[in-house]
Design a protein around this ligand. Structure first.
Ligand SMILES: [Zn+2]
Length: 142
């Protein structure tokens, strides 16, 4: 990993998203969950969209999911992203409509498929004091 790759924009956590990013630093995927109805909420919000409860808190999830959708960027984009690269929308196994936008790595671009099993991993960016959640194909699956 070269420093050049970390010329990427980094997240700027706010009051609501701080638990998510603090979890990433510990290599844990924390998704806000409603304590009243059990619904997972992502992006983080302070109110459950299902039952309108404000009784929500971060909950650790497995980090396993499937590719819901993806695209391959072929043109120059944000700083630090060298095309071609993938952008994936991953559905988490805990709740299909909890989807995380990320990059899929350790996978040839022409082998990405909708529905493929993936798992989260974290890339530490110590100079920025953040860890970025990324996805890779799940081991032992196709
Ligand atoms: Zn709820």
């Amino acid at each position: 990993m070269t420093t050049e790759q970390y010329k990427r924009p980094v997240p700027v956590p706010d009051e609501v998203s701080t638990p998510f990013w603090e979890g990433c630093k510990k290599h844990e995927l924390l998704i806000i969950r409603c304590s009243d109805c059990g619904y997972y909420i992502h992006w983080p919000k302070q109110r459950c969209p299902q039952c309108w409860s404000t009784n929500v808190a971060p909950a650790k999830v497995s980090g396993r999911g499937t590719v819901y959708s993806y695209t391959i960027y072929q043109v120059e984009g944000p700083p630090g992203f060298k095309p071609p690269y993938s952008v994936v929308l991953v559905s988490l196994e805990e709740q299909e409509d909890v989807r995380i936008c990320s990059n899929l790595e350790d996978c040839p671009l022409d082998q990405i498929k909708i529905g493929m099993p993936v798992e989260v991993f974290f890339r530490d960016v110590p100079e920025e004091d953040v860890s970025i959640p990324l996805f890779r194909p799940r081991k032992g699956t196709k």
